[in-house]
Design a protein around this ligand. Structure first.
Ligand code: GAL
Length: 388
């Protein structure tokens, strides 16, 4: 008899504990963000710091999809062991993990083998084919950053799985539209870093000439789709000295062969593009690896330029201008349903513990038709309403 009562009590205790645990889980699951806190830990709806570095946003209907590099802990996290992750959100604050959209391969015959480097993935939707197309920067396993390839993958569903197509150098055998091959006929190749004429030769297109047959280098990159559906691949090329903007083919799966050089010898990285009131804007970083540096901005009437430099878009303290709020640009996207409302996405890298990299999201403002960025430790989308 006594034994029964104690068993019941035990059952009751277990039940109470379960209710408590359920309550606590529920409370945590309910935790919702209603603002952005740039640079802070940003948890997904499972309570785990979002793992989508060097990312980009794809808008489908009323939903945002955030693609990015899924990093692992430590310095090892600077190589890709898992793949490209994807999250979704309807409000931009709260993100649900949708898993790995493009997994790294175990198969050693695949270029996409784990331990190679996949960076800055961007995804666009092709209306004609009904497919989602992902492009990324790809470096081959064990070769540091020497390969300088861009990779492509495709999927019927936005969250994947994406089928890897291939990785390659860009525009082999084709001269850029804005470079006259004749003018380089007599040029002696750059002899190395110490070549006293290196700067002039770079500007004149020596690396384009060097890589003409094998294809141009492609490292930090982004994609941009124009209102008419024309898509562009924008990348740091020519040993990171010059940006190349290339038109994609109609199905977005390859390059069309039409491309231009932008800011030859300007050493721009981390390009992010947006269009507002018919003008194209670009924000980039300088070239200091994982360490932050001053951002740059530019404007053009056409994607193929000419691009005009607008200087550092950061407004704030000297330190903020010098380090772009300790971050490096990765993407700029429009807020659904708003006019003139764009969010600047940047990474605060942590190469010692890659998984702990932080996200710096700030609103783009305009000052004399120039896009500018100011620090705000906490902000929300009502920012854009108060600016109207
Ligand atoms: C940065 C670049 C990153 C990554 C890093 C490696 O300049 O923007 O995406 O490639 O260099 O050092």
């Amino acid at each position: 008899m006594n034994f029964d009562i104690s068993l019941n009590r035990e059952k009751k205790n277990i039940l109470q504990l379960m209710v408590l645990l359920f309550g606590v889980t529920f409370l945590f699951a309910q935790k919702q963000y209603a603002s952005f806190k740039p640079g802070a830990i940003w948890e997904d709806t499972d309570g785990i710091h979002i793992n989508a570095h060097g990312g980009g946003i794809t808008i489908v209907g009323d939903t945002y999809y955030w693609f990015g590099e899924h990093k692992v802990a430590g310095g090892r996290g600077n190589q890709s062991w898992v793949g490209v992750g994807v999250y979704f959100s309807k409000d931009l604050y709260n993100w649900k993990n949708e898993g790995i959209a493009l997994p790294m391969k175990k198969d050693s015959t695949s270029m996409l083998i784990e331990g190679s480097v996949v960076e800055r993935p961007k995804v666009i939707f092709n209306k004609k084919t009904g497919k989602y197309v992902m492009w990324f920067h790809h470096e081959l396993k064990g070769q540091g950053y020497d390969a300088a390839l861009t990779g492509v993958a495709v999927s019927n569903d936005v969250t994947g799985p994406y089928e890897y197509i291939s990785s390659f150098r860009i525009n082999p055998g084709v001269w850029p539209q804005n470079l006259d091959a004749e003018s380089l006929k007599e040029m002696v190749p750059i002899t190395g870093r110490e070549d006293p004429n290196r700067k002039e030769k770079v500007k004149a297109g020596a690396f384009i000439k060097r890589d003409l047959e094998i294809g141009q280098m492609s490292r930090d990159m982004t994609l941009f789709v124009d209102d008419d559906g024309t898509a562009y691949h924008i990348t740091a090329s020519e040993e990171n000295e010059t940006l190349l903007i290339s038109k994609l083919s109609d199905d977005y799966l390859s390059l069309s062969g039409d491309y231009v050089r932008v800011f030859p010898g300007g050493r721009n990285e981390a390009p992010a593009i947006f269009k507002n009131d018919g003008k194209y804007y670009m924000i980039t970083s300088g070239l200091t690896g994982w360490a932050p540096n001053p951002a740059r901005s530019a404007v053009a009437d056409n994607m193929f330029g000419p691009w005009k430099s607008l200087g550092n878009p950061v407004r704030g303290t000297e330190e903020e201008k010098k380090t772009t709020f300790k971050s490096q640009s990765t993407f700029i996207f429009p807020v659904i349903g708003e006019k003139n409302a764009f969010v600047f996405m940047a990474d605060r890298w942590n190469p010692q513990n890659a998984i702990d990299g932080r996200y710096v999201w700030l609103p783009i403002e305009f000052e004399d038709d120039k896009p500018i960025i100011k620090w705000d430790p906490e902000w929300d989308l009502s920012f854009f309403n108060t600016k109207k």
